[in-house]
Design a protein around this ligand. Structure first.
Ligand SMILES: [Fe+2]
Length: 287
């Protein structure tokens, strides 16, 4: 089975697809949104070609595991067909909901963390995993609001979800930074509480501070994936790697897309962070 190295990968967007095929730069692995390829057979063909050289992770944005009405089976079946074509190492998606009946909403919407939601999400994740025949990775969301009906912390909810379904987790470190700022919790404590045994991939993405309409002078941080990785995210990433070890890490940049070279530079920086921590550990052992 192909594996993903514990080195950084980059998000492959359609704008960079042709350049990737012709230049084959030294990226550790690639992550794609299947929704970009399902209705684009030519792009899917190029991706299949790249998949012979690069390990691929498939990151869905259209599977709504938080929907009480169940998932869109046809959509998951179409993702299964792409999975059969490119044999990815991972398939992942968000802990959120984004469909209402037959309608697709443009946002990843938050969920209250309680037993009722846990039953709904567990049933949907089971169905996704049965259809894909591969463990599904669930990603912690960037949060902007909480719910009075939540009875457990997000980390506890994720731990129970792993126990119920056997799914694995994608830890988005930048989402932790964004949520900690917006919701007023301690990001390091969140990392300490995270069900680390289940982490198989990490994300780092850029966010955008905006004025908070409800509180003049305050800022809301928006998970835009439209900027370089912030210093705060690099710091929390280093903390996470020291705490739980290095994992395949993706540089996520979807909007105001930079050049492929800039993406590769960000990935190389992540590599240096991990290498620096490994050196530190080796020194400490030698002492
Ligand atoms: Fe992410």
């Amino acid at each position: 089975m192909t594996t993903i190295p514990n080195s950084p990968g980059i998000g492959l967007r359609l704008a960079h697809l042709a350049q990737m095929v012709t230049t084959r730069p030294p990226a550790g692995w690639l992550e794609v949104h299947p929704e970009n390829f399902l209705a684009n057979p030519h792009a899917a063909e190029l991706l299949a070609e790249l998949s012979t050289q690069y390990p691929i992770s498939v990151h869905t944005v259209g599977i709504s595991v938080g929907s009480a009405g169940g998932i869109d089976r046809l959509h998951v079946q179409r993702i299964r067909e792409l999975v059969d074509q490119i044999t990815p190492v991972f398939v992942s998606g968000h802990l959120a909901w984004s469909t209402y009946g037959a309608e697709y909403l443009n946002d990843l919407l938050p969920l209250p963390y309680n037993e009722e939601t846990l039953q709904i999400v567990s049933a949907n994740v089971d169905e996704v995993q049965n259809t894909l025949s591969i463990p599904y990775l669930i990603e912690n969301p960037a949060s902007y609001v909480g719910f009075d009906s939540s009875t457990m912390k997000e980390t506890e909810f994720l731990r129970k979800l792993v126990q119920h379904t056997g799914c694995r987790l994608l830890l988005d470190v930048s989402n932790v930074v964004v949520s900690a700022h917006n919701m007023g919790f301690d990001a390091h404590q969140y990392i300490d509480d995270f069900p680390a045994d289940a982490i198989v991939e990490m994300h780092l993405g850029g966010f955008t501070p905006e004025g908070d309409e409800a509180t003049p002078g305050a800022e809301v941080w928006i998970d835009t994936h439209a900027a370089a990785i912030a210093e705060r995210s690099w710091d929390l990433y280093a903390y996470t790697v020291r705490r739980w070890g290095a994992k395949p890490t993706l540089i996520e940049w979807d909007n105001e897309l930079p050049s492929l070279a800039t993406l590769l530079d960000e990935a190389a920086y992540a590599d240096r962070v991990v290498a620096g921590i490994a050196r530190e550990a080796a020194h400490a052992k030698a002492r």
